[in-house]
Design a binder for this molecule. Structure first.
Ligand code: C5P
Length: 304
């Protein structure tokens, strides 16, 4: 018996970052938007009683740790711990990876989200959506969004979600040869803004008005308006750590994208396009310029 679940990458068309909180996380007002690069998680019971986790391509997965610290196993344990009738059996898990590693696109979080669903099915735990979202928030700030997909406003540290009903969009995702560490990007953000714990505490709602404008543009499905409102407060920190990102964003503009933004903590870059044909044209131009680029639809739910 095998159980399969899938989860998509995310980008943040809007990411306003507030102060670092006492727990070390930053208060966010962000818009999450799923893009159609998918992780497939395949879960089966291990006949020999030994846990096994394997990552397979199309991207290079050799650097990934498959030990029990991996979010995939933490998701399995969290589901098993919730099930009164379920029994934690040894699992054979294969993850097909398409989301760049350390790319600011929630690849590890997507693995965790899909594993929650597959493990819930495998163990017959019967956890509902609310319970799964609660476990997801414990596993990581982006994991709840990876469960729901589509487009959503994220607040708190990113785990509090309000779905946004918006039509799909077309993007070109440009990936970088080396990843960036999310904590390192946030630490650089703090240095740039000289933000210590508790400082700027009055700024409880960073960028909320601009987020509302972005949500209106997304609901209207107006790519030109969305392009004008793209914002990522972590972008300057990401560019400081990976200066080539400034060239990538300029190349995206030269290739005719409506707008571009670093995705989350980077280094992946999302270029907004008018429609599919435009995205394929921009992706081709970026590829010709030596970038690693792929056209992808955004805003779909997990099962689309
Ligand atoms: O929640 P997650 O484990 O994915 O976060 C990874 C790291 O990113 C955190 O340890 C923290 O350094 C940083 N982070 C943050 N504020 C957030 C989300 C993440 O500072 N809202």
């Amino acid at each position: 018996m095998a159980f399969l679940a899938t989860s998509q990458a995310k980008i943040n068309p809007f990411l306003a970052v507030g102060p670092r909180r006492a727990d070390g996380y930053h208060e966010l007002v962000t818009v999450f938007h799923a893009v159609d690069l998918r992780e497939d998680v395949h879960v089966a019971f291990a006949a020999d009683g030994i846990d096994r986790l394997m990552f397979v391509g199309p991207i290079d997965t050799t650097a990934l740790d498959t030990g029990h610290d991996n979010l995939v196993w933490r998701a399995v344990e969290a589901v098993a711990a919730r099930g009164e009738l379920s029994r934690r059996q040894a699992l054979d898990i294969t993850v097909t990876k398409r989301i760049p590693i350390q790319g600011g696109m929630a690849g590890g979080s997507a693995d965790a989200a899909a594993t929650l669903v597959a493990a819930n099915d495998a163990f017959g735990t019967g956890l509902g959506r609310t319970e799964l979202l609660g476990i997801a928030a414990e596993l990581g700030s982006d994991v709840p969004f990876c469960l729901v997909g589509g487009t959503a406003l994220g607040t708190g540290r990113g785990e509090c979600l309000e779905p946004v009903d918006a039509p799909p969009l077309w993007w070109v995702i440009v990936t970088a040869p080396a990843g960036l560490s999310t904590p390192a990007v946030y630490a650089t953000f703090d240095e740039l803004h000289r933000v210590g714990a508790g400082e700027r505490a009055a700024m409880v709602d960073p960028g909320r008005t601009d987020a509302d404008a972005m949500i209106s543009a997304l609901r209207a499905g107006d790519p030109q308006a969305i392009a004008a409102l793209l914002r990522n407060d972590l972008q300057a920190a990401a560019i400081l750590l990976a200066p080539h990102l400034a060239d990538t964003l300029a190349a995206g503009r030269d290739a005719g994208a409506l707008g571009g933004v670093v995705s989350g903590s980077g280094p992946s870059v999302a270029l907004l396009c008018a429609d599919e044909a435009h995205a394929r044209l921009v992706a081709g131009r970026m590829l010709n310029g030596g970038h690693s680029a792929i056209a992808a639809r955004g805003g779909l739910g997990p099962q689309a």
